[in-house]
Design a protein around this ligand. Structure first.
Ligand code: NAP
Length: 261
């Protein structure tokens, strides 16, 4: 008897949820999952299963990939702030009539003792900083730091995974100092870093999850102000919060026997 063809799943990755999904499906006999990584860092964490790296070339390129690779379903497990790829994925899935699910982890919630200023974007975050917030800890990654260049009145400690590659990026002025590191970050190392640098305020995206939340606990403990950049608008399609929910959706959508490993 001819063996049943595996269903093909495209996981748009770059988040802990994408790696969890890849791991959960790595021995699945009914689904072949391929993870797509953006390729922003030089030494990315690698999935267990097959993966590809780099942009697709917009909606058109992603639609062509889905068609060429005969993808049966797409799970967008990109970071909650990666709104361009999320929008592209929704549009490409619509064009190719491919089922799509978005995993969006819940945002961090304000807790008693927190001193948050919630702002809509990076420009508003830069404008919200007061002179008393210097030096401010920028934990927003490397790519959106330009919004803070006009604040020559403040000092910044910016954390990124690694320095910018090549010489293309305009060098940052002396009021920016860089530290490099990749999460997860724990409470004691975050507290040490914040104390050692005399940090007076933290600027962060509301990424949610546990990997980068320790700095918020330190801010609460030391009554430090936090400039919290709010989530972008979520996509219009189906959204779940966890990889476990995504696996349930996948079984239903691809009509798989719940017992299939
Ligand atoms: P973005 O602005 O939404 O996407 C910009 C472009 O990068 C997309 O149009 C696409 O290029 C390409 N791209 C993004 N994610 C991709 C993926 N998984 N596979 C293939 N191409 C991808 O994305 P971003 O905010 O720069 O984030 C890039 C990656 O870093 C994402 O995978 C995200 O999960 C991860 N990440 C982002 C953040 C954040 O704060 N934004 C934080 C942590 C991790 P084409 O149009 O050419 O297809």
């Amino acid at each position: 008897m001819k063996a049943a063809m595996k269903k093909k799943l495209l996981i748009l990755g770059g988040s802990g949820e994408a790696f969890a999904l890849d791991k959960a499906l790595s021995e699945n006999t009914a689904i072949e999952a391929i993870t797509s990584l953006a390729g922003r860092t030089s030494l990315p964490r690698k999935p267990i299963g097959p993966y590809r790296t780099g942009g697709f070339g917009g909606v058109e390129g992603l639609s062509a990939y889905i068609t060429r690779e005969k993808i049966d379903a797409v799970i967008d497990a990109t970071h909650p702030f990666a709104s361009r790829i999320t929008a592209n994925a929704a549009a490409a899935a619509n064009l190719t009539r491919t089922p799509i699910l978005h995993i969006i982890r819940p945002p961090w919630q304000h807790q008693p003792g927190d001193s948050w200023s919630i702002v809509p974007d990076m420009t508003a975050a830069a404008a919200a900083l007061q002179p008393a917030h210097s030096p401010a800890f920028l934990t927003i990654g490397r790519l959106e730091l330009d919004a803070f260049r006009p604040r020559t009145d403040l000092r910044f400690i910016a954390r990124a995974i690694e320095p910018a590659a090549g010489n293309s990026a305009e060098p940052f002025p002396d009021n920016f100092a860089f530290i490099y590191g990749k999460g997860p970050f724990d409470l004691s190392s975050e507290e040490r870093l914040i104390n050692d640098h005399g940090i007076r305020a933290i600027v962060t995206k509301n990424s949610g999850g546990h990997q980068a939340s320790a700095k918020l606990a330190v801010a609460r403990k030391h009554a430090l102000p936090v400039i919290m950049i709010d989530r972008p608008k979520p996509p219009a399609g189906t959204i779940v919060a966890t990889p476990e929910d995504a696996l349930r959706w996948l079984r239903q959508t691809l009509n798989l026997n719940p017992a299939t490993k």
